[in-house]
Ligand binder design. Structure first.
Ligand SMILES: Cc1cc2nc3c(=O)[nH]c(=O)nc-3n(C[C@H](O)[C@H](O)[C@H](O)COP(=O)(O)OP(=O)(O)OC[C@H]3O[C@@H](n4cnc5c(N)ncnc54)[C@H](O)[C@@H]3O)c2cc1C
Ligand code: SF4
Ligand code: SF4
Length: 449
């Protein structure tokens, strides 16, 4: 019998679950496959419906979670085996080598600057708009703020050919090329799965020209471009010429509500974040013209309709009810023409813009099928984790003691992900108590929320 809870995934949902459990006095092991916790929210600029700075509200939670006396965070780690039952799960975790000693590294950045490949590798954390070296820190507010050496790119690790100035630059002797992947065994009483979402790659929607036209980007790329700590310091620029776009079109439901893509469901968040994106463009420069091409405006949450209304009234966003059929490009200016059937005014029209942002579908995270097989839990028809009862037990998987929460169960916004994280924490604590473990204490003075 174990009193510990395993939380798989360190996004905002997993962080909330870990904090709630830790504050109840239960021990938590958090397994995050990336080098930093924070998930998708750590990379967003602002968040609807409040337009708060995303990392400003998340970073304190990331740090509190990482430093919580009852929470142990394993980064670069994935669950590869689970045996046993509620109250007594035996878990195998594979932790990939970072080639940097986490206890010694201070995150000073000296090795990242000294790396001979600095500035030569596309930076996936900035959606490949920026560059990094083989030694890098994923993003400014990463937790833990510890360097990692990319084992697939580092010249020493791949070819044995590098004078390794990184070693000399590190005054803490933190770099350790002898480090190897390791398997860690954990014993836990219950498990929370909070592995979040991925975004649909819009390349197959060929009519929109993503990948062919430089100035067609997707919403996650936009988030990094408009982010002050992103690759352009928060200046939205066109890929073709570095100029500021003055007319931006946002196309909703790309790969969503679309049987061709295999994602016929609504992503529930995109109408709202496209409005936020357009508001931000206007806040940066109030001569920006924003056009949102929507299928239906699904603003279902509290204050959401008012948010859309503010978008139209105060930020002069133009909402056009149409699903564009095609985008074409002017080969000289690289401007884009959005062709659409005007369902309100009538007739086929085209609009010339400087940039198009595709609001793409939320899809299950890569590797979800393998993880489901390891855990023995079921997936739904779209490959999100399936609840044992959508209405009455939305966070219970089909396996007693294993709970599912956040955007790995369906597309959802931050508020819902946090709510589910807290709910799953309660379910996981109850499962331990029912198996004869420690009863969950009420969150008290030590409550860090
Ligand atoms: C472009 C865009 C804009 C958005 N804007 C807003 C907004 O303005 N307001 C709002 O409320 N919401 C917004 N959202 C939605 C918001 O990002 C999500 O609601 C939120 O991130 C969900 O949190 P989560 O913890 O469930 O998932 P994630 O944030 O996806 O976190 C999941 C974590 O699990 C990790 N993980 C995945 N698989 C594994 C594995 N096998 N093992 C270990 N770890 C794993 C991931 O690396 C990640 O750290 C936006 C989303 C996008 C894409
Ligand atoms: S060994 Fe060379 S390539 Fe590898 S991290 Fe150090 S400087 Fe960069
Ligand atoms: S590994 Fe060394 S040089 Fe690199 S960030 Fe850490 S402490 Fe600084």
């Amino acid at each position: 019998m174990s009193d510990s809870v395993l939380v798989i995934g360190g996004g905002v949902c997993g962080i909330q679950a870990a904090l709630d459990l830790g504050d109840k006095g239960l021990k938590v092991k958090m397994v995050e496959r990336e080098p930093s916790i924070g998930g998708r929210m750590a990379l967003l600029d602002k968040v609807f419906p409040t337009n708060d700075c995303s990392i400003c509200i998340l970073a304190p939670k990331m740090i509190t979670c990482f430093n919580h006396p009852n929470v142990e965070v394993l980064t670069c780690a994935e669950v590869v085996g689970v045996k046993g039952k509620a109250g007594d799960f035996k878990v195998k975790v594979r932790k990939k080598a970072r080639y940097v000693d986490e206890d010694k590294c201070t995150g000073c950045d000296a090795c990242t600057q000294a790396c001979v490949l600095a500035g030569r590798i596309p930076d996936e954390w900035n959606q490949n708009f920026g560059t990094r070296g083989a030694s890098y820190i994923p993003f400014m507010q990463a937790v833990p703020r510890v360097a990692i050496i990319d084992g697939e790119k580092c010249l020493r690790l791949t070819k044995g050919k590098c004078k390794s100035p990184c070693l000399e630059a590190c005054l803490r002797n933190a770099i350790d090329f002898e480090q190897e992947d390791e398997v860690v065994d954990l014993e836990v009483g219950s498990i929370i799965v909070a592995t979040g979402l991925d975004m649909y790659d819009p390349t197959p929607v060929t009519e929109y020209g993503y990948g062919r036209f430089a100035n067609v980007i997707h919403s996650m790329e936009y988030e990094r471009l408009i982010n002050a700590s992103g690759p352009t310091g928060g200046h939205i620029t066109r890929r073709s010429d570095g100029e500021r776009p003055k007319r931006i079109a946002y196309i909703q439901c790309v790969g969503a509500r679309d049987v061709r893509s295999g994602h016929p469901y609504c992503c529930s968040v995109c109408c709202m974040y496209a409005t936020k994106d357009a508001m931000l463009a206007y806040m940066h420069h109030d001569d920006t013209e924003n056009y949102i091409f929507y299928t239906d405006l699904r603003a279902f949450g509290r204050g959401f309709d008012e948010y859309i209304k503010r978008g139209a009234d105060e930020y002069k966003i133009n909402y056009i009810r149409a699903r564009p059929g095609e985008i074409t490009e002017d080969p000289v200016t690289k401007n884009l023409f959005v062709w659409y059937d005007d369902t309100e005014g009538g007739g086929v029209k085209s609009m010339e813009v400087d940039m198009v942002v595709l609001s793409t579908a939320f899809v299950p995270p890569r590797g979800i099928e393998e993880l489901a097989a390891v855990l023995g839990v079921e997936l739904d028809e779209y490959d999100f984790f399936k609840a044992s009862d959508d209405l009455l037990a939305p966070m219970d998987s089909c396996v007693p003691g294993i709970y599912i929460a956040g955007a790995c169960t369906r597309p959802m916004d931050v508020t819902d992900a946090v709510t589910q994280g807290g709910g799953a924490a309660d379910r996981a604590a109850q499962a331990i108590a029912q198996c004869g473990g420690k009863p969950p204490a009420k969150a008290g003075a030590g409550d860090r929320r």
